[in-house]
Every structure is written in structure tokens, then in C-alpha cells.
Design a protein around this ligand. Structure first.
Ligand code: AP5
Length: 211
């Protein structure tokens, strides 16, 4: 099963992805996590992506489609993928369709996490993430240890107020039209109210997907 998680920055895509992956038996692919890993390791991909990410701009489509094409052709994704933030422009939506076709699949559903900007700002200003496994936390300070892997919690540079404002603008300008593209192309779209506890949101998403 291939499911695209879609929504504004901070909507909770990264929090919900592992829960949905477990119940759907598919592996998660988060382009943001792949890119942050590359930045940390200082690879050519990371060097190229860093300045876009720090500003809260989108990384070029060809870079994203390269990551997606390589990942989805690999063994861990043979049973499908929970695609977290993988599509943020119309060319990426078109590219994903081609990649999935090349492995004999098509997108099963788009899950849209619906949330207002007030909650987004509150969530992103309080977020820390594990620098090792990328698990996001709320109400935990930078420097504390990750419950899952013992890595150190850090603040993301793109969670600074200026970058958050830019990410929300970029979402409206470049990413929101993707939703209409999927609607026009007859995709199954599932809208989930993303305000509530983490487990409430998981339950809503599972129910909406019939799992
Ligand atoms: P990425 O890391 O994907 O950032 P994003 O889309 O802006 O999403 P976030 O990770 O900020 O939010 P989320 O929806 O995953 O929310 P989370 O679960 O963490 O991408 C980063 C950058 O990489 C992009 O800006 C871009 O530069 C580049 N990039 C990545 N993909 C790209 C693509 N396809 N094309 C081009 N560029 C790309 O939750 C947020 C906080 O809220 C956390 O603290 C969490 O603990 C908390 N929280 C979650 N759920 C709840 C809840 N129900 N109640 C209370 N708190 C909650």
C-alpha cells in the first residue's frame, strides 16, 4: 500500500508516519529526514540541500525525485511506502506517479492532515527532534536524550520564527496546489482533523483508511 501523507509543516506527518506504517505493513520514506541525514553527514546531496532547508525553501524537484526513485525501487519498499512530505510541488506529484508506475504500483490514498496556522506555530516553536533517529518531541528541551535511541535532542534551524513563516508561505504557494492536482486526477483523498492528541489523530487516520 502506498500512502502519501500531506499537510502544512508541523501538521504531524512525521509523528503519524511510524504509527500508520506499523498498521499498514509498509516502510516510511520521509524526504525531510533523508535530507537532514545528508546534511549531517556533509554529503554532496546535503551540501546542495542545506541552504534551501535552513531558509525553509523547497529543495529542487530533480533532487527529490532522485531520492524517491532510488528508494522506491529498493527492497525495503517492496510492500509499499508511507510517504511523509515526499510531494510538495505538482512536478513532484507527476514524478511520483511515474516512479510508482515503474514498479507496477499506483498511489492508494493521500491523507491530508488538516490544521490551522495557530496550532502550527505553537507546535513548531515547542519542537525538538532527535538528531540521530529524527523522532519529534513536544515539551522536551534541546540537550535531553531521545527515548527511542538515546540520541541528543536538538532544535531544527527551520523551526526559527522567520523560517516557519517562510515555510507556511511556501506551502500556500507551491504545495497547496498539489492537493487540487490529486483531486483533479481522481486520487482517493482522506482528510483527517490533525488537532487532538497523537493517538486520537492516529485513530482518525486508521479509521478513514479502513484499518
Ligand atoms: P520536513 O522535515 O518534511 O518538514 P515539514 O514538511 O515542514 O514538516 P515537519 O517535519 O515540520 O512537520 P510534520 O508535519 O512532520 O510534524 P511533526 O510530526 O514533526 O522537511 C524539511 C525541509 O526539507 C523542507 O522545508 C524542505 O526544505 C525539504 N524537503 C523535504 N521534502 C521535500 C520535498 N518533497 N520537496 C522539496 N523540499 C523538501 O510535528 C510537529 C510537532 O508537533 C512535533 O513537536 C510533534 O511532537 C508535535 N505534534 C505532532 N502531533 C501532535 C499532536 N497531535 N498534538 C500535539 N503535538 C503534536
Amino acid at each position: 500500500m502506498d500512502i502519501l501523507l500531506f499537510g502544512k509543516p508541523g501538521a504531524g506527518k512525521g509523528t503519524q508516519a511510524p504509527m500508520l506504517a506499523e498498521s499498514l505493513g509498509a516502510a516510511t520514506l520521509a524526504t525531510g529526514d533523508v535530507l537532514r541525514g545528508a546534511v549531517r553527514e556533509g554529503t554532496p546531496l546535503g551540501k546542495k540541500a542545506k541552504e534551501y532547508m535552513d531558509r525553509g525553501d523547497l529543495v529542487p524537484d530533480d533532487v527529490i525525485l532522485g531520492i524517491v526513485g532510488e528508494a522506491l525501487a529498493s527492497k525495503p519498499y517492496a510492500n509499499g511506502a508511507i510517504l511523509d512530505g515526499v510531494v510538495r510541488t505538482v512536478p513532484q506529484a507527476e514524478g511520483l506517479e511515474k516512479v510508482l508506475k515503474s514498479v507496477g504500483r499506483k498511489l492508494d490514498a493521500l491523507v491530508y492532515f488538516d490544521i490551522d496556522n495557530e496550532h502550527i506555530v505553537e507546535r513548531l516553536s515547542g519542537r525538538t527532534v532527535c538528531e540521530k533517529c529524527q523522532t519529534p518531541y513536544m515539551g522536551r528541551n534541546a540537550g535531553e536524550k531521545c527515548e527511542k535511541c538515546g540520541g541528543t535532542l536538538v532544535r531544527r534551524k527551520d523551526d526559527e520564527p522567520d523560517a516557519v513563516r517562510n515555510r507556511l508561505k511556501v506551502y500556500e504557494r507551491q504545495t497547496a496546489p498539489v492537493f487540487d492536482w490529486y483531486r483533479r486526477n481522481g486520487a482517493r483523498i482522506v482528510t483527517v482533523d490533525a488537532v487532538g492528541t497523537v493517538s486520537e489523530v492516529t485513530q482518525r487516520a486508521r479509521k478513514a483508511l479502513g484499518r
